[in-house]
Design a protein around this ligand. Sequence first.
Ligand SMILES: Cc1ncc(C[n+]2csc(CCOP(=O)(O)OP(=O)(O)O)c2C)c(N)n1
Ligand SMILES: [Mg+2]
Length: 566
Amino acid sequence: MTNITGGEAVYRVLKANGIDTVFGLLGGSMLELYDAMYKGGQVAYVGARDERAAGHMADAWARMTGKPGVVLGAQAGPGVVNIVTAVAEAQLAYSPMVVIAGAITRADQHKDTFQEVDQVALFAPISKRSVMVSDPSRLAPMLEDAIRLANSGRRGPVVLHVPRDLFAAEVPAIDPTPVNIARPGPAAPDDVAAMAELLSSAKRPVIFAGGGFKWGRGRKALTALAEALEVPVVASTGHADVMRHGHPWFAGQAGPRGNHVASRLTKEADVIVVLGARLGFNSTFHSNEYVGSETRIAQVDVEGSAVGRYFPAEIAAQGDARLTAEALMDAASKPDCGPWRDAFRADMDSLRTERAKEAAIETLPMHPRRALGELRDALPENAIVTLDTGNTCLQAADRLAHYEPLSLITPLDFGLVGFGLSAAIGAKAAAPHRPVVAVMGDGAVGYTMIEIQTAISHDLPIVIVVLDNEAWGAEKAYQQEFYGGRLLGAEIKSPRFDKFAELCGGKGIWVDGPGELGPVLHEATSSGKTIVIQARIDPGALMPLRKDLFKAPQDGSKARPPGALS
Ligand SMILES: Cc1ncc(C[n+]2csc(CCOP(=O)(O)OP(=O)(O)O)c2C)c(N)n1
Ligand SMILES: [Mg+2]
């Protein structure tokens, strides 16, 4: 039997599993693998400028394709350590990722060798598994196992540490086939029947839909269920794309980061059927302010331990969101709740009016909600939007419009700043025919601006909209509201990112005031170029956010009510 190198074995496993693109940044400890990738030639490689960015790219690629995003995770030691942020992000986002991390040669391990750190321990608490491969013959099977684990049950990242000598070692040739992955079914029939009964007899029912519908490709099933039962649907935080924007039964994102109509629904509902969602902190603050204490809850999630964890679930089931929605379609009948429906429709009308008003604010510098309104109206229907964390992006999550399935990628529960630009590149690699728009703050772009060059060099054109308020706005809002306006570290000056894009070979557009952003976004998304649109927005128009963290405004300064425009 012929032999191949460990590097080639890795290449063959990736290819067999439909991993057609990988992300990374090379280091000496990975070169045998890179050589195998080069010779194999059928897996595209996107070289990032920071390992963390490569991780976010792989994460977004996974969220779009449903396959594990693979990071050729870099130089043993410093390169690998740089991926920590992206792995933690993927873990909290249930995003499947496999990091093939370089490690020092076996013979040099545990000697405080150059670049030696305890990588296995470093990733253990933030991944589904962090493990060292000890023998060349184990490389392919352990990679297959990593792919299986990353994409099973509650998805997440797996880190495989590979001593550099293993990539060069000879192993018997393999001809791998795709890894089998067990898929969860619907909730158990008894649970579905009980849920159907609860829903059918409800007076104020709500369907609370989460990321489970995205992973399970369940848009159709969710929409059909809402239409058949005429029950309003709310989305968990960061998943405002579970249903089509503007659908008559879709209320948008609920909770503290959502809109007041969706939040009122969850607060006042007598029955909430939670499908593919945890009711986690980001969506509820774990508080009865967002989910009523008397509400009867039926909950289904792929992760059994998430069910009933934050709010008691009368019906607690483990299963797939789409399949459970399909089963409910057959079992449930339309509840008799005319007044609830009428109130919901009226509320949605007034929300639309409110949003239209925001989008017409004429002040200069441009109000952030004017900017978001312009973006909403100009986004093409097939666009993918990536968001970041921050004052403006938190408002964006429920204010933009998402039409096609899988149109929104956000940092979700890790809430990190500096995610969206790299995520946009990963999304573009996964869906090259869809326009991809990263909407970010000025602080966020600064973290990873060099990846603009990556997008251009790899011909993965994206549009980056920088909403520039010259601040770490989220923090500035707190200092303004609760610390008497004593701003320390909150104000920043950023360079002209639009000009930086031009230095990299892309295009840059500066937007000064209302009325310009929509038209330039429209043009940019059809240009096929990487474009940075830098829009100056009003530094004085920050939204106060977590009022729960602070007891009272200090020094007599007056706190504005949450959601106040300025
Ligand atoms: C990696 C990381 N660092 C710091 C924070 C704290 N943080 C949350 S939002 C924010 C401000 C982001 O500023 P910017 O991107 O300009 O958006 P803005 O709030 O101004 O809209 C900061 C510093 C974080 N969440 N993640
Ligand atoms: Mg800012």
